[in-house]
Design a protein around this ligand. Structure first.
Ligand code: AMP
Ligand code: MG
Length: 322
């Protein structure tokens, strides 16, 4: 048995399968695709190219990207986008309603105020945040026209941030490309957004270790099985800064604009829909353990919740699995 260390997850495979991997740094993370037939390796170039193309369209910091144009024309005019970007944004809007606003793709301005991506952090006051929090709470300000494929932000104080959902969409896109190429077994790992294509063997799924937030990169607190499914993890430990002894992390509570005061350390969602899994892992973290557990039970969502006290809840698993 060997361990392949991959960001927030650890893929465990038996020695009977030889992995062949290719990787590229994109979407602000190391993206690794592993196949189990040497001849499949050369097919990965086309997948990485599609991922790069997707990143070019959705990176809000890339001048001229579709998302940065939507943000630039906020409060001014609708922007026509490509079909895949439109469907991602439509899904983000749907997930905002589905999670009663816990997942909200309109927090770009607020994330920018905190400046999590640079060392020049800022702790905004509640007065600074109030107006934008209010504007972002109205998801109808994200106006979509399916016929014209246009996206319009109705207020100039809003900015679209797809950081909580885009990698899940990209992993599903990569998985369907691999399947269309006839690749039966593969693992796509976009910085912890994992998609397990096929299964490890006819009788066993892939075994994916969920990183222990308290341990180093190679330690995991539990292992889940996945077969043609995404396993997506969100946690405060993934990006944060410390100021005056207080840790401020990147997952924001849309009702305050401050880092979510969650009693969860990490949330992993397992689903055949990687986009849904990504949005939900972020939303469940914001909800906290009590709401997240009842939300998952109500909607039949499979998830692993790790609380600050170290308690692990397996929701939607068969009793044999957990
Ligand atoms: P994830 O790692 O998938 O949980 O996504 C976290 C990223 O999503 C952050 O770095 C922000 O870009 C964005 N984000 C933060 N809070 C939220 C939220 N409540 N809803 C949607 N996206 C968010
Ligand atoms: Mg997410």
């Amino acid at each position: 048995m060997f361990l392949l260390l991959c960001g927030t997850v650890i893929l465990l495979a038996s020695c009977s399968v030889t992995p062949y991997s290719d990787s590229e740094f994109m979407m602000d993370t190391q993206c690794v695709i592993t196949v189990y037939k040497k001849s499949d390796l050369e097919k990965l170039d086309a997948v990485f190219e599609a991922l790069r193309d997707f990143e070019k369209k959705t990176d809000r910091y890339e001048e001229g990207s579709e998302v940065s144009l939507i943000n630039r024309y906020a409060g001014i005019s609708p922007v026509r986008v490509s079909e895949d970007v439109f469907s991602l944004i439509a899904k983000a809007k749907e997930m905002c309603s589905f999670t009663c606003g816990a997942f909200n793709p309109l927090l770009g301005r607020i994330s920018d105020m905190w400046n999590f991506n640079s060392s020049d952090h800022h702790i905004p006051s509640s007065a600074e945040l109030a107006c934008i929090v209010l504007a972002a709470s109205d998801i109808s300000s994200l106006v979509l026209d399916e016929e014209k494929l246009t996206v319009y932000l109705a207020s100039d104080s809003l900015s679209l941030d797809l950081g909580g959902i885009a990698k899940g969409y990209a992993s599903t896109l990569a998985a369907s490309m691999l399947e269309n190429m006839g690749i039966e077994r593969a693992i796509i790992n976009l910085g912890g957004n994992v998609y397990a294509v096929g299964s490890r063997s006819p009788s066993e799924g892939w075994r994916i270790g969920l990183q222990d937030p308290q341990g180093g990169g190679g330690s995991y607190f539990t292992v889940v099985n996945a077969c043609d499914e995404a396993v997506v993890t969100s946690g405060a430990y993934q990006r944060y800064f410390i100021s005056d002894g207080v840790a401020y992390h990147h997952i924001l509570d849309p009702s305050t604009g401050y880092p979510a005061d969650s009693d969860l350390e990490s949330v992993s969602v397992i689903s055949s829909d990687g986009t849904l899994a990504d949005a939900l892992s972020t939303a469940l973290f914001v909800m906290g353990s009590v709401k997240a557990e009842s939300f998952c039970s109500l909607h039949g969502i499979k998830a692993v919740l790790l609380s600050e006290s170290g308690e692990i809840s397996y929701i939607g698993f068969d009793s044999a699995e957990s």
